[in-house]
Design a binder for this molecule. Structure first.
Ligand SMILES: Nc1nc2c(c(=O)[nH]1)N[C@H]1C(S)=C(S)[C@@H](COP(=O)(O)OP(=O)(O)OC[C@H]3O[C@@H](n4cnc5c(=O)[nH]c(N)nc54)[C@H](O)[C@@H]3O)O[C@H]1N2
Ligand SMILES: Nc1nc2c(c(=O)[nH]1)N[C@H]1C(S)=C(S)[C@@H](COP(=O)(O)OP(=O)(O)OC[C@H]3O[C@@H](n4cnc5c(=O)[nH]c(N)nc54)[C@H](O)[C@@H]3O)O[C@H]1N2
Ligand code: SF4
Ligand SMILES: [Mo]
Length: 571
């Protein structure tokens, strides 16, 4: 029986469920028969078997009675939905919470900064199809750790010249033709330096610039405002290496795989826009074997029945303590949101309902816990932000001890006299009928073999200014906080350690206090030879969010986990 992995991952694997086991789908052009640790160990992490009220097991109907009463007596309700499961049916709950006047969220903890940067340049953030990646000659992996987060793409990179831009010498960097181990937070400067080399040699794509872009002169003024020597010093790599990479880009069909890592900053939007601008200068859009792939926007061209008008608060700015009732769904903010001390103080103050799969930190703090069905126990459909395939996720088994998001919403509609929801099948069909097809596979509604081959809706708009007042020279280490190999953020096997460089003076097993202007925590140290001396690293899902900054990036949409320097003290 075929379904798909529900996790928030580029790969969106097609999954076969057979004899109680989850296996990769050999016939799928992308999954090619392999899953990863997370799905291979899915059943090692048992889901909740009951609802809980103040720590006592109760049945689901009682839990819904309590919730109903609480909603009726609350003035100020928050609906906070995370990315524990990225199936489209997750959002059905928005219909209910919007109808009762609750506050929903906007923006994200994830990729909203980069997404906006792309929209400002290209208009739409279209997904680059795998075929174009496979047809490229040079692949630049820029702040994306594909060995951990996107490993099914590796076969598509075979035989290509690989360049990695990452402050960490990732496994892929070790095997790449070139690794630019830049200082964190210098990607915008690097993009501008690369563009300067192209400009100096008059190797820009003049026809493309003429036909598809505007204000190129402002862009060239902008890149020339970065002086070569001080900027290269800041980036922390050899100027010759930057020149060499520029040469490669001028000569080869280039694809850039941009990851989440470059945009966890206040100016993340401009960072991604600067990378896109470099690509536009070289005419990398609308051509075979070329393009820039970020976390793509699956909502382009999709009519989504769960899109609602509602009052919204930007996700990174949510203060749980300001609501009488916080309804949290598919998220573990006690761990995954920045500034954990503030998040936890807020959760303690408010009445918290957690609709979730596991008894995680947020569930342990919740007043009421509602057990969710897992992806095998409900119907859904999922898109990918990394490739063009869409997967159906039919219900394969039942579970009377948990409730699906659809069932929950339908019951709440009934209790609050909001009328009948459309049937679950109708909603799924609403999505399915918009898909394109190739053989047996479904493709995104916005799928184009070569995105932007007809140009952009409006001219491409280059970056020409950036607001950046972060003091990179302030004392302390840069914090790198990426994704762990065997976890999806706080789910599955977390990695709790603080990684430090060999020259940090610390040893494996040392306990340290790590602190910043936002808070502090203690962690156990592991040495990591692959790290620059000016950085420390702790994975998503660890205790690191005690030191990360809350609040939004400059455009008010995204978290900025790495906009901070941290101090380390041996205990
Ligand atoms: N330090 C640091 N923090 C980060 C990041 C980072 O890189 N570094 N990354 C950020 C990013 S990019 C993201 S996307 C966020 C993600 O952060 P979250 O949205 O909090 O995602 P998860 O940690 O995956 O937690 C998901 C929860 O969803 C529940 N769940 C799983 N499946 C279902 C389901 O089908 N139904 C329901 N109702 N619940 C379900 C699980 O019980 C789990 O507790 O974390 C952010 N936090
Ligand atoms: N195994 C696993 N897979 C996952 C997830 C997971 O938790 N675990 N989470 C999923 C989610 S929610 C998301 S959003 C995606 C994100 O997946 P990716 O796009 O891979 O993002 P990250 O792992 O956050 O960071 C990627 C790389 O950016 C580097 N980096 C950090 N700072 C900088 C910088 O300033 N400049 C540059 N150039 N590089 C920098 C890091 O060292 C890291 O190697 O992964 C998804 N897939
Ligand atoms: S987490 Fe990603 S790689 Fe692992 S099975 Fe799911 S989609 Fe595939
Ligand atoms: Mo994410």
């Amino acid at each position: 029986m075929k379904t798909a992995c529900p996790l928030d991952c580029y790969d969106a694997c097609s999954v076969i469920y057979e004899d109680g086991k989850l296996k990769g789908d050999k016939s799928h052009p992308f999954t090619r028969g392999h899953l990863c640790y997370k799905l291979n160990h899915y059943f090692d992490y048992p889901q909740l078997k009951s609802a809980y009220y103040k720590g006592e097991a109760i049945d689901i109907q009682q839990a819904l009675d309590i919730l109903e009463e609480k909603i009726r007596s609350s003035q100020n309700i928050l609906h906070f939905r995370g990315s524990g499961n990225v199936g489209k049916m997750q959002a059905v709950t928005d219909l209910f919470f919007a109808s009762i006047g609750a506050t929903l969220t906007s923006g994200s903890l994830c990729d909203a900064a980069g997404q906006l940067g792309i929209q400002k340049g290209r208009g739409k953030n279209l997904i680059l199809p795998l075929e174009q990646i496979a047809k490229s000659e040079l692949v630049i992996i820029w702040g994306r750790n594909i060995g951990y987060t996107n490993h099914h793409i590796i076969p598509f990179l075979e035989g290509k010249t690989l360049v990695v831009i990452d402050p960490v010498k990732t496994n892929l960097a070790k095997n790449a033709a070139m690794h630019l181990q830049i200082a964190p937070r210098t990607d915008l400067e690097l993009a501008c330096m690369l563009a300067r080399f192209v400009y100096m040699q008059n190797r820009e794509d003049e026809a493309f610039i003429e036909e598809h872009t505007e204000d190129y002169d402002f862009y060239t003024d902008f890149i020339r405002s970065y002086r070569m020597v001080p900027t290269t010093d800041k980036i922390g790599v050899d100027l010759m290496d930057i020149a060499t990479l520029a040469e490669l880009m001028m000569d080869m069909k280039t694809v850039i795989l941009v990851g989440n890592g470059v945009q966890k900053y206040a100016h993340g939007t401009e960072v991604v826009r600067a990378i896109d601008s470099l690509a536009a200068m070289l005419g990398l859009f609308g051509k075979e074997g070329c393009g820039v792939s970020f976390l793509g926007d699956t909502s382009v061209g999709l009519d989504n029945p769960f899109e609602v008008q509602a009052r919204r608060v930007p996700k990174p700015e949510v203060d749980f303590g300001r609501y009488d009732l916080c309804f949290i769904q598919a998220s573990n903010p006690a761990v995954t949101m920045p500034n954990s001390a503030k998040v936890r103080a807020g959760l303690e103050k408010s009445f918290v309902v957690d609709f979730t799969l596991y008894m995680d930190e947020t569930a342990q703090m919740a007043d009421l816990v509602i057990p969710a069905k897992n992806f095998l126990q409900k119907s859904d459909i999922r898109f990918s932000y990394g490739h063009e395939f869409v997967e159906l996720m039919p219900k394969l088994m039942d579970n009377s001890k948990a409730i699906s998001e659809y069932e929950f919403t339908s019951e709440m509609f009934r209790r609050f006299g909001l009328g009948e929801l459309r049937s679950e099948e109708e909603y799924i069909a609403h999505f399915t009928k918009q898909l394109k097809k190739r053989g047996e596979c479904f493709l995104l509604p916005s799928f184009e073999e070569i995105p932007y081959s007809e140009g952009f809706e409006e001219s491409f708009c280059f970056v020409d200014e950036v607001e950046d007042d972060f003091d990179a020279l302030q004392p302390g280490y840069f914090l790198i906080t990426p994704k762990a190999k065997n976890a999806i953020n706080s789910q599955f096997k977390r990695d709790p350690f603080l990684y430090v460089s060999l020259r940090s003076g610390l040893h494996d097993g040392d306990r340290v206090e790590i602190s910043s202007a936002y808070g502090k925590t203690t962690m156990e140290v592991r040495l990591l030879a692959e790290l620059r001396d000016d950085c420390v690293l702790a994975y998503s899902g660890s205790a690191i969010n005690y030191v990360t900054p809350d609040g939004s990036d400059n455009w008010g949409e995204n978290a900025k986990f790495q906009e901070v320097k941290v101090q380390i003290k041996k205990l």
